[in-house]
Design a protein around this ligand. Sequence first.
Ligand code: FDA
Length: 391
Amino acid sequence: MANTYDAIILGAGAAGLFCAALAGQRGRRVLLVERAEAPGKKILISGGGRCNFTNLDVAPDRYLSANPHFAKSALSRYSAQDFIDLVGAHGIAWHEKTLGQLFCDGSARQIVDMLLDEGAKGGVELVCEQDISDVRHTDGRFHVKTDALTAEAPALVIATGGPSIPKMGATGFAYDLARQFGLKIVEPRPALVPLTLGGDDVLFRDLSGVAADVHARCGKTAFREAALFTHRGLSGPAILQISSYWRHGQDVGIDFLPDRERGWLLDAKRETPSSVLRSLLKDGLPDRLATTLADRLTINGDLGNVPDKRLTQAEEKLADWRFRPNGTEGFAKAEVTIGGISTAELSSKTMETKTVPGLYAIGEAVDVTGWLGGYNFQWAWASGWAAAQVL
Ligand code: FDA
């Protein structure tokens, strides 16, 4: 005999844990099914172990989706402040690190414990280490089978996340299930991911470990943050952010000296003709990077001997140094997945699918992806909240 519930939620990650707790607290009998041996594994490693749980500057334009309007409703109804209040109610101390990013003072474990505590208040039944072998929809009820249990409910929530970091147990299960129910998938691709360099750019790999505060641009999108050279290419927050907008064949432009006024190099030549480019670059950039850039610009002598035109060209190049990445480090290193269950299939108010009554999708499984900096957890909380109101 199957155990009966009001809702079965698949995936005890950020979205599933939160949604289950809230639905439970609304009096629903909830079963939360997790494949891994423990819940919230990505939360535990997030934010370098301190969980960047939300961002003070959450706004819909900081999310990527085939439908940029989709996230508005959920994000406005469950705000960053709502989550901050919850964190506060649990006595979890936090701080703003940079750019509105909020981290626990202690450990990400506090967020998982908070979610489990909220779940316990709602009487959520959590089962881990479950391999889901079958999901069926008959007579308006969902039947879920694992090796160890059989359960049924009139509502099923897909909260199994995206395929980023398979080593952590991430799977494409959400997409398989969505396809089973005839739902469209927006092609998933890795996001918030390091970019790899080939061709002429491989010379920059020698700078592995060097970081600089830059302005990184791809098309019309730009981020001012740190970029890091790696043995495979480019990483660091500025690059991770831009990777979400980057497509194969596109250039990434880097302004290595975003605070220098236009014409600074000609001014330097006039003021101190005996100065050399390498030293001027070292005043603002790490030594190794300054040397590499000056070498590649082949401007080595006194500036006084270099024609103005060459200096203007060098300045322009330093302000928009073009890299042509040959790829990304893929899902193995991607913090999130862009794409997923198409928002066209879902109600933006409730996250319920339009074609299968009682079937919901929340969190990263859905084609909504935030910037780096707490935006993705806020989407997990907000979409989980939206579904929980109607389960
Ligand atoms: P999530 O991946 O959290 O949960 C899905 C759950 O479903 C997992 O527990 C998984 O085991 C389970 N599952 C998968 N397949 C299953 C199956 N077949 N059956 C049952 N269960 C199954 N974001 C942010 O805002 N701030 C941050 O600091 C960070 N930091 C960060 C660091 C690293 C290293 C990574 C990889 C990612 C981040 N993120 C982040 C992104 C953030 O972790 C991500 O957006 C959320 O965890 C998404 O929440 P979900 O609940 O949708 O998926």
